[in-house]
Design a protein around this ligand. Structure first.
Ligand code: NAP
Length: 278
C-alpha cells in the first residue's frame, strides 16, 4: 500500500482512498456497499470522499453508518454545493453533513465546484468552521489554474489544502499547468474518477502491462495515478471484490518502460486544455 501524501502543513494523509458517489442510492445494494467501504478501511484505504450532493444526503448517511466504530481511523472528506457556499450557507450545510455523517468533525471540507458566491465568502465560512473545530482542513474541487490563482489572491485563500479534479490516464490535461502549479505551492491534488468510471480500454498497453503483473487493467490504471507525485486517488467501488483489487493496486510498481508505454497509449498534453469535469 502506497503510504501517504503530505498536505501543505506537513500532515500526512493516505494516498489511496475511497470514493462514494452513488453509494446509498439503491437500498438493495446498501448492505454490500457498507461492507465494501468497511473492507476498504480495513485494507488501509482510510481516506473517504463524499459530498452533500451524492444521493442528496443518502450517501453521507451510508458513510456515517459504515464508519460506526471506525471514525477515528478515517480521514473524512465531504463537499459543499456551490449554491450553499455563502459564509452562512457553508456553516449550515456543514452542520447538516455532520449530522448525516454521525460525527463531530469533517477532516477536509471542499467547495464542490465554483458557483456564484464570491470566493471570499466561502473562505470566511470555512475559516469559521475551522475555528469551531468542525472541520480540520478546507479545499476546493474542479478549480483550474486561473481559479487557483484567484483563490490565492483572496484573503485566507492560500490556506487551501487541496484541489480535487478529474485526473486519470485518459484525462491528463492537468499535467500541463495545474499539477505543476500545485506542486510549486506544495499542495497535493486529489484525483477523482481515477478509473474513468471503469471506461478505460481494457486492451492494448493496459492489458499487456496487467498480464505482466498478473493483475487487472483497472489496477494498472490506478497504480499509474498513484505513481504521480503529490496525487491522492479516490476510486469508488461498491463491490468488495473491486475494493480488494483497488487496495492491491497500491502495491504495484510500474517500471520506467511500462510508464513509457502508457505515455504512448495515453499521451500527456502538449498544450493547455481547459479542466474537464464529470
Ligand atoms: P471511478 O472511481 O473512476 O470508477 C468507479 C466505477 O469503477 C464503479 O462503477 C466501480 O464499480 C468500478 N470499479 C471500481 N473498482 C474497480 C475495479 N478494480 N475493476 C473494475 N471496475 C472497478 O469513478 P467515480 O466514482 O466517478 O470517481 C471516484 C470518486 O471521486 C467518486 O466516487 C467521488 O467520491 C469522487 N468524485 C468527485 C467529483 C467532483 O466533482 N469532485 C466528480 C466525480 C467523482 P462498483 O461500484 O460496481 O464496484
Amino acid at each position: 500500500m502506497k503510504p501517504s501524501i503530505v498536505l501543505p502543513d506537513g500532515t500526512a494523509v493516505p494516498a489511496l482512498g475511497q470514493g462514494t458517489w452513488t453509494l446509498g442510492e439503491r437500498s438493495a445494494r446498501r448492505a454490500t456497499e457498507i461492507d465494501a467501504l468497511r473492507l476498504g478501511v480495513s485494507l488501509g484505504m482510510t481516506l473517504i470522499d463524499t459530498a452533500e450532493m451524492y444521493g442528496e444526503g443518502k450517501t453521507e448517511e451510508l458513510v456515517g453508518e459504515a464508519l460506526d466504530g471506525l471514525r477515528d481511523e478515517v480521514f473524512l472528506v465531504s463537499k459543499v454545493y456551490p449554491f450553499n457556499a455563502s459564509r452562512k450557507g457553508v456553516i449550515q450545510a456543514c452542520e447538516r453533513s455532520l449530522e448525516r455523517l454521525r460525527t463531530d468533525r469533517i477532516d477536509l471540507y471542499l467547495l464542490h465546484w465554483r458557483g456564484e458566491e464570491p470566493l471570499a465568502q466561502t473562505v470566511a465560512g470555512f475559516e469559521a468552521l475551522q475555528q469551531a473545530g468542525k472541520i480540520r482542513y478546507w479545499g476546493v474541487s474542479n478549480f483550474d489554474t486561473d481559479d487557483m490563482q484567484e483563490l490565492f489572491a483572496t484573503p485566507g485563500g492560500a490556506r487551501c489544502a487541496t484541489n480535487q479534479v478529474l485526473y486519470n490516464l485518459s484525462r491528463r490535461g492537468p499535467e500541463f499547468d495545474l499539477l505543476p502549479w500545485q506542486r510549486e505551492h506544495r499542495m497535493p491534488i486529489m484525483a477523482y474518477s481515477p478509473l474513468e468510471q471503469s471506461r478505460l480500454p481494457a486492451r492494448g498497453a493496459l492489458a499487456s502491462i496487467a498480464d505482466a503483473h498478473g493483475c487487472t487493467a483497472m489496477q494498472v490504471a490506478l497504480a499509474w495515478v498513484l505513481s504521480r507525485p503529490g496525487v491522492i486517488a479516490i476510486p469508488k467501488a461498491g463491490r468488495p471484490e473491486h475494493v480488494r483489487e483497488n487496495a492491491g493496486a497500491g502495491d504495484i510498481v510500474l517500471s520506467a518502460e511500462e510508464l513509457q508505454a502508457l505515455d504512448q497509449a495515453f499521451a500527456p498534453p502538449k498544450r493547455k486544455r481547459p479542466l474537464e469535469m464529470l
